[in-house]
Write a protein that binds this ligand. Structure first.
Ligand code: FAD
Ligand code: SF4
Length: 324
């Protein structure tokens, strides 16, 4: 790890001012940043630690919805009765992320902005396209955990568990910079595909900090199903998050594309219909309509079908079969 300056602002205004030129590297809980620094993927000269900013740590009901400060931890989301009652899908995704110890440190903002887990990206020996090189090593290499949606040139899957739930719920992400008003961005527009931005996974500009997430009041039902290789701390290999917002179903898939994948093909099939086992199965088939698996990850196609079907059944309060 390189040596670096360590700044600990006590107020959000001071943090925004220190971060204004985008030169420092933000640290919230530090779970991902520490990994990146130990792996020498991040070599910051200045680390700006914001996890002590208590004014970004809250979950509160307001007239336009529930506001969650970006330094709220995943464990606090898990413990929130308000989130558990109104946003079941988000609660499930937070509660199933990583380990209890990590959830106590990991923040909402850091979870959304964590870097990809592609093993070539995480290994400093591989100078891949995402780091400025000429090759995506996953194309002809080990790609069993990579994307089955999207056209490249990079085939990461977005690593955040809570992002698909936020996109399904049609949440807004509020970002701030030292100058100007806070900017509200739909969660579905926050993440960017590699063809649009190869080196960053979201639309944040230098100097911008994620400050809060706003969940709409309307969802009448939601659920998240995550499928894993084993019941442990590891990232899921397929996620389906569904929510009924203003009467219509929204479906977002995770761990299968470089961004949380809002499945328009499923949403077109569902519209505002009541869920039946037959409709849920049809939706599962529609979810993989444009899938384009790589050499080692075609198994994810079936996982997406099953996760989508089960999430819809769960959100509708119907029996969720465990065998398919
Ligand atoms: C063993 C293990 C298992 C895991 N399993 C899962 C899992 O199942 N699901 C899952 O979702 N995650 C999982 N993770 C990842 C973990 O949840 C994330 O690393 C964590 O949520 C990051 O949050 P943080 O607050 O620690 O972010 P940090 O490490 O502090 O920051 C992460 C990145 O986000 C940037 N950042 C942080 N806060 C902000 C902000 N407010 N505005 C703008 N940029 C910001 C930082 O600059 C940095 O680049 C796992 C991690 C480990 C080590
Ligand atoms: S998937 Fe992306 S991060 Fe991984 S090797 Fe290819 S270009 Fe690099």
């Amino acid at each position: 790890m390189n040596t670096f300056d360590y700044l600990v602002p006590e107020q959000l205004g001071a943090a925004l001012a220190e971060y204004a030129d985008g030169q420092a590297t933000l640290k919230a809980g530090g779970i991902d940043l520490l990994d990146l620094m130990k792996e020498r993927i991040a070599t910051p000269h200045t680390v700006l630690s914001i996890d002590g900013l208590t004014d970004l740590r809250y979950i509160r009901q307001e007239s336009d919805g529930v506001h969650i400060g970006s330094l709220t931890t995943l464990a606090e989301l898990e413990r929130s009765e308000l989130v558990a009652k109104k946003y079941v899908g988000l609660h499930q995704s937070a509660a199933h992320s990583s380990t209890p110890q990590i959830r106590e440190r990991a923040t909402v903002g850091g979870n959304l902005c964590q870097r990809p887990r592609c093993w070539y990206f995480r290994n400093q020996e591989f100078y891949c396209s995402k780091k400025g090189g000429a090759t995506c090593f996953a194309v002809d290499g080990e790609n069993r955990y990579h994307a089955i949606f999207g056209e490249g040139p990079c085939h990461i899957v977005h690593p955040s568990n809570i992002a698909p739930a936020l996109v399904a719920l049609d949440a807004e992400i509020v970002v701030r910079a030292a100058e100007g008003k806070p900017q509200s961005i739909k969660a579905a527009d926050f993440f960017v595909m590699p063809a649009q931005s190869l080196y960053a996974e979201n639309v944040l500009k230098p100097g911008q900090i994620v400050c809060e997430v706003v969940l709409p009041n309307e969802p009448s039902a939601s659920a998240t199903i995550e499928l894993r290789e084993k019941q442990s701390f590891d990232w899921p290999i397929s996620i389906a998050s569904v929510a009924r917002v203003d009467g219509s179903w929204r479906v977002c898939l995770g761990a299968v594309a470089p961004v949380p994948w809002l499945s328009k093909s499923v949403m077109a099939v569902l519209g505002n219909q009541e869920i039946t086992p037959e409709l849920a199965a049809t939706a599962g088939d529609a979810a993989v309509k444009n899938a384009n698996p790589m050499s080692e990850n075609a198994y994810k196609v079936q996982l997406v079908k099953v996760a989508t079907k089960r999430a819809l059944l769960a959100a509708a309060g119907l029996e969720t079969p465990l065998w398919n």
